[in-house]
Write a protein that binds this ligand. Structure first.
Ligand code: HEC
Length: 100
């Protein structure tokens, strides 16, 4: 049922810009470890923080409302002074966010 929902919300003909729901299993397998290692130290609680990245739902929310993908691609996050993501880590997050 849930994968059906993902499928139907990933139709390519509704809008020129694809709106899709990034897959939860891919999140658990590939994306969550990157977030845990690089983002959670700052983004675990709502205090003073626009994006709470401790769960799939939180990360989806940050994708929709806090331009998480752009922050990662532009290397704005993690912020200066924190260890940067590798190219392949950025690639994983980008592809996942684009539902590829
Ligand atoms: C050293 C602490 C720290 C780390 C590590 C960190 N962030 Fe942030 N992040 C912040 C702070 C502080 C803000 C709010 C101020 C700002 O926008 O610069 C923020 C803001 C954001 C926002 C909201 C941007 C906006 O303006 O809407 C997103 C999305 C985000 N971070 C994603 C991430 C991701 C993804 C990672 C890991 C790859 C990460 N952050 C790692 C401290 C951090």
């Amino acid at each position: 049922m849930f994968s059906l929902f993902i499928f139907s919300s990933c139709t390519w003909n509704e809008l020129p810009k694809v709106i899709c729901v990034p897959d939860e299993q891919v999140y658990l397998d590939l994306v969550q470890p990157i977030i845990e290692n690089n983002c959670i130290s700052c983004h675990s609680t709502p205090a003073n923080m626009p994006a709470v990245l401790g769960s799939y739902d939180g990360v989806i929310d940050a994708l929709r409302n806090y331009s998480l993908k752009e922050e990662v691609i532009n290397r704005t996050m993690p912020p200066y002074g924190s260890p940067p993501l590798s190219d392949s880590e950025i690639n994983i997050i980008q592809k996942w966010a684009d539902c590829e």
